[in-house]
Design a protein around this ligand. Structure first.
Ligand code: ARG
Length: 567
């Protein structure tokens, strides 16, 4: 909002000087001691008009100062060698903009020029297999990106895309039959035990693995007995998965899976066949997706195995056929581990070759691995990938152990804090990078953590409540540097939000909310509102803190974090 206004001032000025530009870029200053915002257009103009950037910069500054409304907008504008235009905003400009933000929905965020339908594929849990920390990443990164798109004004459709038809199902059916268990009374504990045992067994014995593969293939072909087993396994497993998503406050519009792609495979195959894209290779059916311009070789996509079974890529392609037909998405985004990048590259290329959907419609949003303090993928002490519930209870135990014994929190509040601990730690990292899972650090109340943000919010809320001043508008004054710094930070909302949206990186929002909290803490530690005699000042500050908290709350909701009532 503010950047746009300054850009307009600069463009108007250049027009008056007969140096018209189509667009101009004003950025946040990285020298806050010198100015609030900066522009480096003088360098481009210098080339165009064969003058030095300093000369151009100075003349622009002089021209801006001639404006009647100069002092309404700026406190100071200077040209700093070698030619940067440094701008410091006036109190009026800051407060008027904040007041507009305060009284508008979503802080005055503009609706998108074109409202798009964004289809998001995240979560991707595998039925019958315990969810691990990677599944938490896809769930919360995906949910956060979905909320960011929705907040921006787009239509979102989220699909969990269950892994519900793969080899693990054959393995579990084999295990259940081997143990002679009654499928109707199977429990999640049974599945949690059988899957790892069978998976280990298949690694040892090629014969058993083949048996499990045959079961899987027959299931996919519609074997009635196996279908009955499969339905029950899905029912039990999905109940457990839903419980985890409920705990994480993650939800989906569509609860579909790989199995739902099977009915679409014949149609998909036909599309590829008609285009002449299917080739036989060592008994398998493949699609060549390499390009001459490839620097790294992209291997062919395997459409069908030599035993006739379809694969992960096939179901992903059939799923695209279905999604395009039913939901007409403008974009389809996939949130998975970075290691699936090649798979998606193959799928996106194949989809474009077959004319199903253009390559640009797709984005694979990869994320890094969660490591232990030893730098290796996070494991429990006995070497297993920890189940998600284990992580939740671990965070909960640490939280409770850190609390003063006389404090009591409701179960709901504790769960919200646990969520904040895990989600803030995850989402505040650039999603593509690995991070170290250090639950003790994540649950500290100081530092860049979820509890720190929650604590700041509750602290501000208490200060506001104690004054009994409600819903006052922002005044025209700024009282000191703590006050000014906080106000300027709130103005950065639109920049932070757009960065997050464009890069599909919730970390921009996490950074922003953290920076607000740092400044809000400095503000209230240095400005004691409750002892204040001056009513005007008190009202101004309450209005500022109210806006601050509203911003924190909405940003946290984009990070899928809810605020507890007490901590
Ligand atoms: N089930 C998969 C896994 O655990 C993730 C699914 C991602 N989505 C997709 N359309 N391939 O790796």
């Amino acid at each position: 909002m503010v950047v746009e206004q300054i850009e307009k001032v600069l463009m108007d000025t250049l027009k008056e000087m007969s140096m018209d530009v189509d667009s101009i870029r004003v950025i946040l200053s990285n020298r806050k001691d010198l100015c609030d915002y900066q522009c480096d257009e003088s360098f481009k103009l210098a080339k165009r008009f064969h003058k030095s950037p300093l000369e151009i910069g100075n003349s622009i500054v002089e021209k801006i100062k001639e404006r009647d409304d100069f002092s309404d907008i700026f406190e100071k504008v200077e040209c700093a060698p070698p030619g940067f235009i440094n701008m410091t905003l006036s109190a009026k400009m800051i407060n008027d903009t904040l007041e507009k933000m305060r009284t508008s929905k979503k802080f005055g965020l503009k609706e998108p020029a074109k409202k798009e339908t964004i289809f998001l594929d995240y979560g991707g849990p595998n039925v019958a297999k315990p969810l691990h920390v990677g599944h938490m990443r896809t769930a919360i990164i995906g949910e956060s990106i979905k909320r960011i798109f929705a907040y921006a004004g787009h239509k979102t459709i989220a699909d969990v895309h269950l892994g519900d038809y793969g080899l693990q199902i054959g393995e579990v059916i084999y295990g259940i039959q081997k143990e002679n268990l009654d499928i109707e009374t199977i429990t999640i504990q049974d599945l949690d035990r059988i899957y790892p045992a069978m998976s280990a067994l298949c690694k040892e014995s090629e014969e058993i693995k083949e048996k499990c593969e045959t079961i899987t293939k027959e299931l996919q072909e519609g074997n009635i007995e196996y279908q009955r087993y499969w339905k029950k396994i899905c029912e039990v497993s999905c109940e457990d998965i839903l419980g985890i998503y409920r705990y994480l406050d993650v939800s989906f519009d569509l609860w579909l899976g790989e199995s739902d792609a099977y009915p679409v495979i014949p149609e998909t195959e036909e599309i590829f066949r008609k285009k002449g894209l299917l080739q036989k290779s060592e008994g398998a059916v493949i699609v060549n997706v390499s390009k001459e311009t490839d620097k790294l070789e992209i291997p062919p996509l395997v459409f069908q195995k030599s035993n006739g079974a379809y694969l992960y890529a096939t179901t992903d392609l059939a799923t695209i056929v279905d999604r395009v037909k039913k939901y007409h998405p403008d974009k389809i985004l996939y949130v998975t581990d970075n290691r699936q990048a090649l798979h998606f590259e193959q799928v996106f290329r194949a989809s474009e070759l077959a004319g199903i959907a253009p390559y640009e419609m797709f984005e694979h949003l990869g994320y890094g691995t969660v490591n232990g303090t030893d730098g290796k993928p996070y494991k429990t002490r006995n070497g297993d990938s920890p189940k998600l519930q284990y992580l939740f209870s671990q965070a909960k135990d640490i939280l409770i152990s850190k609390k003063d014994s006389n404090e009591t929190s409701s179960e709901e509040d504790i769960n919200r804090i646990v969520n904040a601990i895990l989600k803030f730690a995850d989402l505040s990292n650039n999603r593509e990078r690995d991070y170290i899972f250090d639950i003790s650090k994540f649950s500290e109340v100081v530092g860049k953590t979820g509890p720190y943000i929650l604590y700041t919010y509750l602290r501000l809320d208490k200060i506001i409540q104690d004054t009994d001043i409600e819903n006052h508008k922002l005044g025209s004054r700024i009282y000191n540097s703590y006050d000014r710094d906080l106000r300027l930070k709130l103005l950065e909302f639109e920049i932070a939000f757009h960065n997050a949206l464009e890069a599909r990186m919730p970390s921009y929002i996490a950074d922003f909310v953290y920076e607000i909290c740092v400044l809000a803490n400095a503000f209230y530690q240095n400005n004691h509102i409750n002892g204040l005699e001056e009513l005007e000042k008190k009202k101004d500050w309450v209005a500022l803190l109210t806006l601050t908290n509203q911003m924190i709350q909405e940003m946290l909701s984009l990070l899928v974090i809810k605020i507890p009532t007490v901590m």
